[in-house]
Design a protein around this ligand. Structure first.
Ligand code: PHE
Length: 339
């Protein structure tokens, strides 16, 4: 039975036209066909044989029938089908819809590119980080009140003997210490873009977001280098009309520390309800604190440096005037298609 089935199927598949196929159909399934003959014999079999053999014969018949139907379709297809299947191959095809990268991904690439042009090396440091890199090494010892600013997610039951508790990194400043340790000595020109996490949610804060952190360390680095770098980035990213200013602020890991503002995108600096007297706040910056340099293994008497850390979503929202950060994570095509 197996032989009969195999032989039938292979000859069906070898047929080159419908005529040959019809001849085979008659040979196997026609009134005097091989399978038909076997079916006719079923009633004369003993009752035990009838069940098993009968099933097998019917099964074989079904498989051969299906093979014939499918080969018939193949042949019709190969020969261009019947008249009703004819189609004009010169009609232009329908192009599949083309997507594009998410605007956060695009912003990350754009930001990296801008800093690459002035010699920054792009890197991503871990999202799950030890306390020492995120806080202690940045001059925020245990129980220091400044830590409250970074509403941190802690990873339970995971502790490093030297570097302490595991956390979801609340900022990319942890990358400063990692880069100093990786290179061992200046010059350092790092751009660390990575995911950060904080217990926060409203129209401008998400529990997961991206930051980009710049770090430059060498001999003789000073505030004018910081200001020039910020200026370069802001003009490249937001356009040549944008101005930058730095305001005194406080961070434990920079001294002096600044908050960086740009002239308002909406009113151009005249003052409107979106901005504070013509300025919009971008994020923090400052000169690397000597203790942080020491913690990173560098000599603060020999080297100085500056650092800044801003939100990718924040600069992106400013550039495109997006007023709710949740739109960036909602995967809503009506929104995404606009970019
Ligand atoms: N890490 C700071 C924050 O998350 C920003 C910052 C980075 C400030 C580098 C100074 C220097 O707010």
């Amino acid at each position: 039975m197996q032989n009969l089935k195999n032989q039938a199927i292979s000859s069906i598949l070898e047929t080159k036209n419908e005529q040959e196929l019809e001849e085979l159909r008659i040979e196997y399934l026609g009134r005097r066909g091989q399978v038909t003959k076997l079916i006719k014999k079923i009633p004369s079999l003993s009752p035990e044989q009838r069940k098993d053999k009968g099933n097998l014969i019917n099964e074989t018949k079904k498989i051969i029938e299906e093979a014939i139907i499918s080969q018939k379709k193949n042949l019709q297809h190969q020969n261009g089908g019947g008249k009703e299947n004819w189609f004009d191959i010169t009609i232009p095809g329908e192009k599949p819809a083309k997507g594009h990268l998410h605007l956060i991904t695009n912003a990350i690439e754009e930001i990296s590119d801008i800093f690459k042009r002035i010699g920054f090396h792009s890197i991503s440091y871990p999202e799950v980080e030890w306390d020492w890199y995120a806080f202690e090494g940045l001059n925020m010892p245990e129980n220091h009140p400044a830590r409250d600013e970074w509403e941190t997610f802690f990873v339970e039951n995971l502790k490093h003997p030297k570097y302490g508790q595991a956390v979801l990194t609340p900022h990319t400043s942890s990358g400063q210490l990692r880069e100093m340790q990786r290179l061992g000595k200046p010059p350092i020109r790092m751009l660390d873009i990575a995911k950060c996490y904080r217990r926060q949610i409203d129209t401008s804060h998400a529990p997961m977001f991206y930051q980009f952190e710049g770090l430059v360390i060498d001999q003789g680095v000073n505030i004018t280098h910081l200001k020039g770098t910020l200026d370069f980035f802001v003009k490249q990213y937001f356009g040549p009309q944008r101005k930058v200013r730095i305001r005194p602020f406080h961070f434990q890991f920079t001294e002096p520390s600044f908050e960086v503002d740009i002239s308002c995108i909406v009113c151009g600096g005249r003052g409107c309800k979106v901005c504070k007297q013509g300025w919009m706040e971008l994020g923090g910056a400052g000169m690397v604190h000597p203790t942080v340099l020491k913690n990173g293994g560098l000599d603060p008497k020999k080297y100085t440096g500056f650092a800044f850390g801003w939100g990718v979503e924040r600069v992106l929202m400013m550039k495109y005037k997006i007023d709710d950060i949740r739109l960036l994570f909602s995967s809503d095509l009506r929104f995404l298609k606009q970019f």
